[in-house]
Design a protein around this ligand. Structure first.
Ligand code: NAD
Length: 322
């Protein structure tokens, strides 16, 4: 379906991923199926009620064509190679993470898009960063190619905002926990896998050590934060690199204990792998006061309510499959 020229639509790139699939659901719920164009490098397994196109964001010409054909006003670029996968293929992670961002920033500049969202990550921080209540502005020396690409990406966002007036907005997501789609190869994936294994097998072997605290967030909070930032008036968005964003901080042992309250027979053991070193270079908790002050951020889910909701949905999922 091609553009009707009146309504500007929203383009989501990387729409089949952990965040994209939930962002699309909320965007279509709020603004209607016709308001959204979902794209990914692969096609969904099932037919969708909204437009879904196959698009490789590295193909600049194809990206520009979709923007023009579908009268796109706002763009969310979620395509990336995440932290753990990136360490297996550093050159590819750099290529995809940087080129996809630069293509969308250039599209925003040349085709005068209204707004762009691009996520950064707590991976921008590194061993020299203060690890507790990590401030918005501090020393940043990321040790993964993923973190290096996110830090460089933040600087590109600030550059395009300052030099060309592109309205690009960004959040440093913590590890995201969700039940609809499995995570895509990050260091915080254990916090999703543990729920699936608790329900299926009553046992989980964590690839992070039991006392490794990391900042996390339940997906409904992450989607709400994203849309709140995108809805904020332009003058309220003062940080044009990327905003710190905090939800819940916990260790694998604390999460396992929370799950045991619901599934007493659940047990967890710990066999740290290469992801342990990545986790140890990241913050344990985040100071997000600038997000609160500038656009009113406040998380809704704590550990108890997140775990309760996750188990409810994951139990439903496996009951339906039987
Ligand atoms: P994901 O891996 O689940 O999804 C990424 C999607 O991008 C996939 O569906 C993939 O097919 C698609 N993709 C890959 N290459 C593409 C290309 N060339 N063209 C078009 N699509 C392509 O990732 P996610 O967890 O949904 O993360 C989305 C964004 O949020 C990423 O930028 C990621 O770095 C960031 N982020 C995620 C988390 C998290 O915990 N999930 C935390 C911090 C930041």
């Amino acid at each position: 379906m091609l553009a009707d020229t009146k309504t500007k639509r929203t383009l989501v790139i990387g729409a089949l991923g952990q965040i994209g699939s939930e962002l699309i659901a909320e965007l279509t719920r709020r603004y209607g199926n016709d308001s959204v164009v979902a794209t990914d490098i692969r096609l969904p397994e099932q037919k969708t009620d909204f437009t879904f196109l196959k698009l490789d964001v590295l193909d600049k010409q194809a990206l520009y064509q979709v923007i023009s054909d579908y009268n796109i006003g706002t763009l969310y670029n979620l395509a990336a190679i995440l932290s753990a996968k990136g360490e297996q293929q550093p050159q590819l992670a750099w290529e995809i993470n940087m080129k996809s961002l630069l293509n969308t920033l250039e599209a925003a500049r040349e085709l005068s898009l209204e707004k762009v969202f691009w996520p950064s990550s707590i991976a921008v921080f590194g061993p020299s960063t203060p690890r507790v209540n990590t401030p918005q502005h501090c020393e940043m020396d990321p040790s993964t190619v993923y973190g290096i690409s996110k830090l460089a990406g933040e600087r590109w966002c600030a550059y395009y905002a300052q030099k060309y007036g592109v309205d690009v907005r960004s959040l440093r997501y913590p590890g995201l926990i969700s039940y609809k789609t499995l995570p895509g190869g990050g260091t915080t994936d254990y916090a999703v896998e543990i729920f699936h294994e608790a329900v299926k097998a009553r046992h989980y072997t964590s690839f992070l050590g039991e006392n490794t605290a990391l900042p996390m967030m339940y997906m409904p909070d992450a989607i709400r934060a994203t849309l709140s930032l995108m809805d904020a008036p332009v003058e309220a968005v003062k940080v044009r690199s990327s905003y710190n964003l905090a939800g819940i901080s916990f260790t694998p042992a604390i999460l396992a204990a929370e799950i045991q309250k619901h599934i007493p027979l659940f047990s967890c053991d710990y066999k740290p792998d290469f992801r342990q070193a990545i986790a140890e270079s990241w913050p344990q908790s985040i100071d997000d006061r600038e997000s609160t002050a500038d656009w009113g951020w406040k998380p809704e889910f704590d550990l108890e309510s997140m775990a309760h909701d996750m188990l409810l949905h994951i139990r439903e999922f496996y009951t339906e499959k039987v």
